[in-house]
Design a protein around this ligand. Structure first.
Ligand code: ZN
Length: 247
């Protein structure tokens, strides 16, 4: 059998390993996701398909491809000291920081039964949200408020845990209106409240840095679930308790 490495001798600068080791790790992960018939859009989490050690290999792969992008932008990464390590930096930033929420499991939560039988409206926020749009990978920076109406069966989680859940969902290339729904679904599933309300207000840098260059536009999205949908006075109470947003 003619090995690929022999056939393409000299044509490929990447070291060729035998068999399966020559397959890019992204391809292996993608094949597992396809076999499980799962979705892998930009704002989906794919942690369950990544095996130990593969994130490191993925980092090398993204660095290699990122270097190709810089080459195609005709940037002399060999002689320009500013961009010599940019490919590695960007790969790390994507995989370990700004898009980490795609590649790691959900933060562990300690849930407590609602022993105090809390049944008053609780508001958490503002929580700072940081993300990037799926369309341009430009930053999205904003704030989030969460209203929870517990019942006696609701699992109570610590206030900081809401921020960790938000960070996990926002740490992916996102679309704001999809992000608030993903986060609402997650909080609903983890805590089972009677009602849940989310308001997210964010600036989209793809509107400021490029495109229409509108520097002062914010996008506001809300999701209302359970009693917040049925009870207009509760909804009004929640919205009135949010700090007045600057116009
Ligand atoms: Zn955009």
């Amino acid at each position: 059998m003619l090995r690929k490495a022999d056939a393409a001798a000299g044509a490929n600068d990447a070291p060729q390993a035998p068999d399966d080791e020559g397959t890019p790790v992204s391809v292996k992960i993608r094949e597992r996701i396809l076999a499980a018939r799962q979705r892998f859009h930009a704002n989906d989490n794919i942690a369950e398909f990544i095996q130990p050690g593969e994130l490191e290999a993925l980092l090398d792969e993204v660095e290699h491809k990122m270097r190709g992008v810089l080459d195609s932008l005709v940037i002399d990464t060999e002689n320009d000291h500013n961009t010599a390590n940019t490919a590695r930096r960007v790969a790390k930033m994507y995989l370990q920081e700004v898009f980490r929420g795609r590649y790691v499991n959900a933060p562990g939560l300690t849930e407590f039964p609602n022993a105090e039988r809390l049944n008053e409206l609780m508001i958490v926020g503002p929580i700072t949200v940081r993300s990037a749009c799926s369309h341009h990978l430009c930053p999205i920076m904003g704030r989030l408020w969460i209203g929870v109406m517990p019942n006696e069966h609701t699992n109570v989680i610590g206030l900081s845990k809401y921020a960790r859940l938000a960070e996990w969902v926002m740490g992916r290339p996102q679309i704001q209106e999809e992000a608030v729904v993903q986060l609402a679904d997650l909080i609903q599933e983890k805590t089972q409240p009677d009602g849940l309300a989310l308001v997210m207000e964010a600036e989209h840098f793809c509107m400021q840095w490029r495109g229409v260059k509108e520097t002062d536009s914010k996008m506001i999205n809300s999701v209302m679930r359970g009693v917040f949908l049925k009870d207009p006075s509760l909804r009004r109470e929640f919205l009135s308790l949010l700090p007045r947003r600057k116009d």
